[in-house]
Design a binder for this molecule. Structure first.
Ligand code: ATP
Length: 275
């Protein structure tokens, strides 16, 4: 099966070392790698049901899902919550059941429910149809999550935790709930170094780039308070394009310029609150 209406196979990407910061989350995933194998059953520790990752946009939730798939060597299936509630492909509960069955058919597998709040969050939101439908679909999913015996590991991601119904957050539903926030200065250093190293390796033929030494990344981290991981990546890409356009190595001024021209979302939002 390559693709269904509701589920899409996502290619695993990167390794766990491509995630800057988020140490607790990474350790959790590393320790549970292989937990679905018979040798784990002998420990009597059971396979995890799933995790919920919630927090600000661009801070590595989707990246974690993809890296987890490569770390664990399991197929990653992304559930399109919007399509579950679409009237076009049949009833919403049936859609949810069909998606869960498909994930079970390829188990051991990882079922990624992205922006879960869009489907289950507001019982009255138009995306989730009437509130009764939303509740029933949500009930179908939670019952399955509690009772499932096949090794389908759920990774649910949400930007807005307050949009999720409280039942979702009750202890025992998910194995763990991780909150991801804007990176700390030390995490920003890691993220700058990761993205610079990746691009600089690709452009080596151009000559000697500004090296991502501890001093350079510390200075970049200092200048990028409020940046998300995605915004740091954007700044690296934009600086690389400036250099690439002139077929010259990446310089400090390219990075400085890219940082100065990026207004992070966290700042824009803070300004909106102020006015
Ligand atoms: P959204 O809710 O907007 O989907 P997200 O939290 O899922 O946001 P990602 O899609 O994972 O964010 O981040 C976008 C890109 O930003 C990633 O592919 C990655 O290149 C970069 N990025 C974000 N966070 C990190 C991080 N902690 N370490 C390294 N790169 C990061």
């Amino acid at each position: 099966i390559r693709k269904s209406e509701l589920l899409e196979f996502i290619a695993p990407a990167g390794s766990i070392d491509d995630i800057g910061g988020l140490d607790n989350l990474k350790q959790w995933l590393v320790k549970r790698n292989g937990s679905w194998l018979p040798e784990a059953a002998r420990w009597g520790i059971g396979s995890p049901k799933g995790i919920l990752i919630t927090g600000v946009p661009g801070c590595g939730k989707s990246l974690t899902a993809k890296c987890m798939s490569s770390l664990w060597g399991l197929p990653l299936l992304r559930l399109d919550v919007g399509k579950v509630f679409s009237g076009l492909v049949g009833s919403s509960e049936q859609n949810m059941r069909a998606a869960l069955r498909l994930a079970e058919a390829v188990a051991p597998s990882i079922l990624w429910i992205d922006e879960i709040e869009k489907g289950f969050g507001s019982a009255t939101s138009s995306s989730s149809g009437d509130s009764g439908t939303s509740q029933r679909v949500f009930g179908t999913f939670l019952t399955w999550l509690q009772e499932k015996t096949s090794p389908v590991f759920v990774i649910a991601t949400a930007n807005k935790i307050d949009a999720l119904p409280p039942e979702f957050l009750r202890k025992g539903r998910f194995d763990e709930i991780f909150f991801v926030d804007l990176p700390t200065p030390a995490e920003r250093e890691e993220i700058w170094a990761l993205h610079l190293r990746r691009r600089l390796a690709a452009g080596e033929a151009l000559g000697s780039h500004v090296p991502p030494t501890p001093e350079v990344v510390a200075e970049l981290a200092r200048r990028t308070d409020g940046f998300s991981g995605a915004e740091i990546e954007q700044a690296v890409v934009s600086a690389c394009f400036d250099a690439f356009a002139e077929r010259r190595p990446l310089g400090w001024t390219d990075l400085e310029h890219a940082v100065r021209s990026t207004v992070p979302l966290s700042v824009t939002q803070a300004e909106q609150v102020d006015t």
